[in-house]
Design a protein around this ligand. Structure first.
Ligand code: VG1
Ligand code: CO
Length: 543
């Protein structure tokens, strides 16, 4: 085997977004495109020499080919050890765990997460650092700078490795281990949760439907829910990962997991419905006739986490992304523990988790997780719900109602406007941010603004500052609207409008969220001049 250095012209569009670099698959398949990004990543971390990395992905189209390329670049950059999921499969939380367990210098996760897969859909690469978490902003900035200045990449001419066979081989000095993607992750889950209680729950006739959405959690869910915990065969549906996710969006929300939603709202509903996304870090929880908003799920999990062995001693603190509802803040306040508000994206939780300031984190986008890894973790959330249901002997709907009766209800909804022309979305955001100082005192669609600002995050651990993290408008009566542009899309711009309204413990918790939030929606659409800027008045997706 020899390594060669290939001269290239740098690419100028490889700026990592909220979670890694996401592009159309065909962009990644262009000559030298993936190679350039991987080499830039090695350069940004001070080279690959003598270092160990975890590699795996969500099984989407181009996953295996990309892994072969990364192996060759790692070899030529002098890496000493690679740990790769069999058949190229690793969920994002499982990869995070392997990085931590084996003390590697980081890992590459091939995924565009909830975005569809296929040659005409999306692909992505995430680099996680030695703590197991997504590259922090300082590192992604370095990576981007490296891509813009890159003159060459190093690659070895070795043949492709066999990803199908578990075991260890050597490529000259580099050790390559193909590992079972599930076993280490399953062992970790056994440490965290009361598996006996959950097994007894299933043995007692409790039924669930887990929709793996043809994505990466299929093998994990089969092994954990059915084989280990004794849920009946057939509990896991769409459990075999497909390159194109069966042509769907592997996005666990009421829109894209509609079949599951319909089942859960029918008279055939099992006790629990759950789903996960492309790379297994998101989760959807739905009880019989009761959809659990991700922000509420975070709050319920935090309030009941002590029922699981790993959290029996209590939580150090709770962190949520800024657009996530305040429901979890109310839990933190009652528990008398720290509460943190971070920008969107799991990378911002890393420092808080590493410093031991928080135990549980979550985002409104269906991500929840804890200090067991440094990623959000879809199956972890499902297992914690199961552990709580096993201990409390109540239905999902009863747990929710009980939670609202104690803390009040934060009505919540996110409205997404997808594939807007980027210039139009930018114009809306610029105009709104310019007029923020003038908004307080003004009324829109009958609601008066009390406060308006742009969110900046001051990381309390390393002192770094992240600006332009979303526009917030607060209204008389306690409502809030947040406006931000997505950093994970691959076509035009996606505008997200996040709406929330608090109803105290003694208030009415029985409304449909879209009805409860209608006045706030009207105010938010009017004040941002949504339709004037974008021509839109109906969101593509409402979660
Ligand atoms: C979205 C979500 C954000 C999440 C990110 C990555 O980002 O809003 O909460 O962390 O996706 O999740 P954005 O910038 O599009 O709003 V995943 O499961 O796609 O890695
Ligand atoms: Co994901």
């Amino acid at each position: 085997m020899t390594a060669q250095s290939v001269k290239i012209k740098p690419f100028h569009d490889q700026k990592p977004g909220t979670s890694g670099l996401r592009k159309k698959t065909r962009d990644f398949m262009r000559p030298q495109y993936l190679e350039a990004f991987i080499q830039a990543t090695f350069n940004a971390i001070g080279g690959g020499h003598g270092k160990a990395f975890v590699i795996g992905g969500d099984g989407r189209f181009f996953n295996a080919e990309a892994i072969q390329t990364i192996v060759k670049i790692a070899a030529a950059n002098g890496a000493s050890r690679l740990i790769i999921g069999q058949n190229g499969i690793l969920s994002t939380p499982a990869a995070s765990h392997l990085i931590r367990k084996y003390g590697t210098d980081g890992g590459f996760i091939l995924s565009a997460s909830h975005n569809p897969g296929g040659i005409d859909e999306d692909f992505g690469v995430k680099f996680n650092a030695a703590n197991g978490g997504p590259a922090p902003e300082a590192l992604t900035a370095k990576m981007f700078n490296e891509t813009k200045a890159l003159g060459s990449y190093e690659i070895s001419d070795q043949p492709d490795i066999d990803l199908t066979r578990i075991g260890t081989t050597k490529i000259t000095a580099m050790q390559v281990e193909i590992v079972d993607p599930v076993s280490d992750y399953l062992a970790l889950m056994e440490e965290l949760f009361d598996f006996n209680a959950i097994s007894a729950l299933f043995a007692g006739g409790f039924r669930m439907c887990f929709d793996a959405m043809h994505a990466v959690t299929g093998p994990y869910a089969h092994a954990i829910l059915e084989d280990r915990l004794g849920a009946p065969k057939g509990t896991v549906v769409n459990g075999i990962p497909k390159e194109d996710f069966g042509k769907g969006h592997p996005d666990p929300n009421p829109i894209w997991a509609k079949t599951l939603m319909d089942l859960m709202m029918s008279d055939k509903a099992p006790d629990l419905g759950a789903a996960s996304d492309g790379d297994g870090d998101r989760n959807m929880i739905v009880g019989r006739g009761a959809y659990v908003t991700p922000s509420d799920s975070l709050a319920v999990l935090a309030a009941n986490a002590h029922l699981a062995p790993a959290y029996a001693k209590g939580l150090a603190g709770i962190a949520r992304s800024m657009p996530t509802s305040a429901a979890s803040d109310r839990v933190a306040a009652r528990l008398g523990i720290g509460q943190y508000e971070t920008p969107t994206g799991w990378k911002f939780f890393g420092n808080l988790l590493d410093a031991g300031r928080v135990t549980i984190c979550g985002e409104e986008s269906a991500g929840t997780g804890s200090d067991h890894v440094r990623e959000k973790d879809g199956l972890w959330a499902v297992l914690l719900w199961l552990n709580i249901l096993a201990k409390r002997n109540l239905s999902v709907a009863q747990i929710l109602t009980d939670h609202w009766a104690t803390y009040g209800r934060d009505y919540y909804s996110r409205h997404d406007f997808e594939a807007i022309e980027a210039s139009k979305a930018d114009a809306l955001v610029t105009e709104l941010s310019d007029k923020l100082p003038d908004l307080p005192g003004q009324s829109f669609a009958g609601l008066t603004v009390t406060k308006a600002d742009e969110f900046s995050y001051h990381d309390p651990v390393d002192g770094s500052v992240s600006t332009h993290q979303g526009l917030r408008v607060y209204f008389d009566g306690g409502g809030r609207a947040v406006f931000r542009l997505s950093g994970t899309g691959t076509e035009g711009a996606t505008l997200r409008i996040y709406l929330e309204h608090y109803e105290p413990a003694e208030g009415d918790h029985s409304q449909d969220p879209q009805t409860a939030l209608a006045p706030l929606r009207d105010a938010a659409y009017t004040l941002s001049r949504l339709t004037d800027h974008t021509g839109r008045s109906d969101p593509d997706v409402r979660t």
